[in-house]
Design a protein around this ligand. Structure first.
Ligand code: UDP
Length: 237
C-alpha cells in the first residue's frame, strides 16, 4: 500500500456534465472516493489543475494576452478550483485544507512545506492550488515537484482512459494499453501522451513513480492506493 500519495486532478475532471466550471455532484463523487481511500490510512495531497476555466498556452495564442498574464490567469483558475473543491470535500465529511502557491492572503493560506505536512499529520487532505506559482509551467510539472517536496510514494494521475496507450484509444480502437512503461519510453515515443516533457523529465531524474489510471470508475483511487494494480505504472526501469 502507498502511504502518502499525490493525486493530480485536472480542471476538466471537475466540470463533469458541464462545458466548463464546476459540477458539484462530480466533486462530491470524487470526495466520496477519497473518503473511502482515507479509510486505508493513506495521506492524500491533491494538485488541482485549472483547464476547466483557463490554460495559459491557449489564452496567449494570437499574442493579445501575454504568456505571463495568461499563465497568471491559469494559476488563478486553479485557485478557484481549489477553494471550491476544499469546501465541497469538507461538506462531504472529508477534512480538507487548501493552500496556495500564489499569494492570495484574503482567500487561502500560503503553501509552506511545514504547513502541508502539519495538515497531513492531522489526517487532512491537502489541496495545493496555484501550481508551482510561476509561469511557463503546468500543474503536471507542479505535481511532480510537489510530490518530491512532500516525499509522496507515488503520483496518481487521474485521466479519462484506463492507462497509457501506444496511440489515442479514443481515435484508434486498436490502440494497446501498457501495464508498465519507463520514463525513457514515454519521453521517446511521440504518440505516448502522459504528461508534458518537463514533468516526465523531473520525475525521471528523481525516480518518482507515476501511476496513470481512470478516475471515473468507483473504487479506482482506492485500488490504486491499496495495490497499485491498476492503470499504467511509469518508473525509471
Ligand atoms: N500554470 C502556471 N504555473 C504552474 C501551474 C499552472 O503558469 O505552476 C498555469 C498554466 O497556464 C496552466 C494553467 O495554469 O495552463 C492551468 O493548469 P493546467 O493547464 O495544468 O490545468 P489542467 O490541464 O490540469 O486542468
Amino acid at each position: 500500500m502507498y502511504k502518502r500519495i499525490l493525486l493530480k486532478l485536472s480542471g476538466e475532471q471537475l466540470q463533469g456534465k458541464y462545458d466548463g466550471g464546476i459540477d458539484i455532484e462530480r466533486v462530491k463523487w470524487i470526495a466520496s472516493e477519497v473518503k473511502q481511500t482515507l479509510g486505508l490510512g493513506a495521506q492524500i495531497v491533491i494538485m488541482i489543475g485549472g483547464g476547466n476555466y483557463a490554460r495559459g498556452a491557449q489564452l496567449s495564442e494570437g499574442g493579445a494576452v501575454s504568456r505571463v498574464t495568461a499563465d497568471n490567469v491559469g494559476m488563478l483558475a486553479t485557485l478557484m478550483n481549489g477553494l471550491a473543491l476544499s469546501d465541497i470535500f469538507n461538506h462531504s465529511g472529508v477534512d480538507t485544507r487548501v493552500i496556495t502557491n500564489i499569494k492570495a492572503d484574503q482567500v487561502a493560506d500560503q503553501f509552506t512545506h511545514r504547513r502541508a505536512l502539519s495538515h497531513l499529520k492531522k489526517g487532512r487532505v491537502v489541496v495545493v492550488a496555484g501550481g508551482i506559482g510561476r509561469p511557463y509551467l503546468t500543474t503536471d510539472t507542479a505535481a511532480v515537484s510537489l510530490a518530491l517536496e512532500l516525499d509522496c510514494d507515488v503520483i496518481l494521475k487521474a485521466t479519462k482512459v484506463d492507462g497509457v496507450y501506444d496511440s489515442d484509444p479514443i481515435v484508434n480502437p486498436a490502440a494497446q494499453r501498457f501495464d508498465r512503461l519507463t520514463y525513457q519510453q514515454a519521453l521517446e515515443q511521440p504518440d505516448i501522451k502522459v504528461m508534458d516533457k518537463a514533468a516526465l523529465g523531473l520525475a525521471m531524474d528523481h525516480r518518482q513513480s507515476l501511476l496513470v489510471f481512470k478516475l471515473l470508475e468507483s473504487g479506482n483511487i482506492y485500488k490504486a492506493v491499496e495495490s497499485g494494480d491498476i492503470g499504467t505504472i511509469i518508473s525509471v526501469d
